[in-house]
Every structure is written in structure tokens, then in C-alpha cells.
Design a protein around this ligand. Sequence first.
Ligand code: SAH
Length: 368
Amino acid sequence: MIGSTLADKIARRIRAEGPLSVAAYMAMALHDPELGYYATRQPIGASGDFVTAPEISQVFGELIGLWCALVWEQIGRPDPVVLAELGPGSGALAADLLRGAAALPEFRRAIRLHFVEVSSILRAEQQRRLAMADPVWLTRVEDLPDGPLLLVANEFLDALPLRQLVRGCRHWAERLVAVDPDGRFTFADGIENPALSLLVPQTLRDAAPPGAVFEICPPALALAAMLGVRLKHRPGAALLIDYGRFPSAIGSSLGAVVRHQPVDALISPGTADLSADVDFAAFAQAARAAGAAVWGPVPQGRFLEELGAVQRLAALSARASPAQRQQLESGVERLLDPRKMGTLFKVLALTTLGLPSPPGFNRSDWMQ
Ligand code: SAH
């Protein structure tokens, strides 16, 4: 009998075409139009598979709204301004951001909200939450309207399909996903190829031992280059928040979670969230080469503290019941604490060249 799960569909493709790159496997697991992870479920929140910063505390989105308002002033208060969020999830960040932005009514009025989102399930949730803000939905960043831009993305880059290269005896090879004789998915190495070696930064290329893995994320690098070009020609800024590496490093970080527990990334594709560390150094380099100024990455805890997380918490707590106060405090602590999300998550900003340091960053965070 021909199975009807996504695992069966991927296995059939591998038997017909040969092993898939990790990126092709990840793209099918996450985005197969009928059976892919994002096409079939609402993954975020306590009842889903993972929890993100905007779900933990409203302070996160409110401070990002403040950040956007301050950068809008730095770029000369353009009206209208495109405010884009990539992968808005439940819409919590955007809702809190707009509330934060309302502190500056001219800014709030100038905002033209755009969401880049592939999941129709999450689009419906965003629609419910943000109908009053009249967002425009797109599937591709390239389709954002021209003009001044403020863009934010939290835990978006880590969900983009990435390639894994593996060090062979002489050169590097593509790491592939194959099917073993028992029908299980397994990693396999492609053919060593000197051209693939060139994709690994020189400092890591020769020092890595055989079997070492290096990850590259072509869609993230394409996004960085596109934003770099855009910010070179139009005023604006982008704020990217994620967990990841700086500098680039060796090691597989591809991981899968179901209901907040790590699982094997090759078991039951389509039912687990797949993600990987963001290579902030590679992203920053691509954006800078394309013409943007790059700031950071800085630890999320430091960034939020500089924007006034502690003061915002105090203001909210003053009006809260004891139970609410406890929840507010533990949420903000989780975002700031270096042992929790405070240093694991990093914040990178791209701006048009020549602007002052964006809020939360110092002159010394500028990547020359
Ligand atoms: N930013 C949200 C959600 C993070 S989950 C939060 O912090 O809670 C990743 C989000 O990116 C989801 O909304 C998912 O549907 C979306 N997404 C993943 N890959 C995408 C792609 N290639 N293009 C557009 N959206 C994508």
C-alpha cells in the first residue's frame, strides 16, 4: 500500500530522484503544500510545539514598537512608511508593537503594515488579531512595496531551509538525506567537490576534521543581500532577532521539536518544527556587502534593557494585580536573564548607511 504521510511522500521522491539535500528535505518537511508542518498546524504557544518571546511577554513587542518609532524619527519621519514583519506567527508581536508605536501618534498613522507569511493557518490567526490594523499579506519579501522601510523578524531566519556541507578526506560534500534498507531516513554524504569547499569560510575550511559539518542558509543570505540593496537606496532599517552563532562555526545545529521536546529531525517529517542556528556573521556580511550598515549582533537581554525593559515592567506592574505582576515579572526575566533567553537570542540591525546608531546599539556595535 502506498502510504499517505509526508514521510512516504519524501521517501517516494528519494527513491525516484536520489537522496535530497538537507535543504530540500527541510523545505518539504516545513512547506509541503498539503502535508508540511506550517501548512497543517498552529505551532506556537503552550499548546503548540514552541514558545517565542512575544508569547512570553507583551514587553517584547512594545519595546520593538518603540525601537521602530525612534528609528522612524532618525530616518526623517517618512509618511507613509512600510512596516513589515516576516513570519508574524500568532500576530502577538505586531499587536504589541502597534500599541508601543501608538505612543507616537504620527508614527502610528504613517504605518502601512505588511506581513510576509506562508502559512494560511497563521494568516487566519493574524487576521483575527489585527483586522483593525488592516495588514497586507505577502508570501515573498521581494513583493514589499517600494519606499521607506522598517522591517522586523523574530525567529524567522531559523526556520529557513539550510544546506549542510560535510568535510570529506580532501574536499567538502553536500550532506544528504537518504532512505536506508529498512525504509528509515538517514544522513548520507554526497560526492566531495572542491567547488563546495569554497562555500566554507577559509578560516574553517582547512582546520575542520573529516566529518565536520558546516551550515549555510541560502534563503537567509539572499534576504540579507536584498535588504542590503534596498536600504542602500531607500531609508530604513531591519531588526532581526533569533538564536544563533557569531562568528560562523562548525557543527550541525539542525534540530526538531514536538510539544516543547527535542526529537530526531529525520523522524516523522511534517509533524515536528525544524530549525537551526542562524549564522549571524554570514548574514551580516551579505547585508554589508550589498550596501547596508550592520549593527551587532548584541545579546537580546542587553538590547531590551537599553530600550527600557525594566522601566516598562515597573510601569505595567504598578497597575497590575499581584497574580498579573508575578506573570509580568517572570516573563520579562525569562527574556532578559543570560541563563534563559537573554544571551541565547541575539539582535542584529541593518540600517541605511550614515544614520546614527539605532536604539539599543552603540557606535562600537557598528560592523566596519
Ligand atoms: N515571529 C513569530 C513566529 C515565529 S515562527 C514569533 O516570534 O512568535 C516562524 C514564522 O515564520 C511562522 O509565522 C511561519 O509560518 C513563518 N514562515 C516560516 N517560513 C517562512 C517563509 N519561507 N516565508 C514566510 N513565512 C515563513
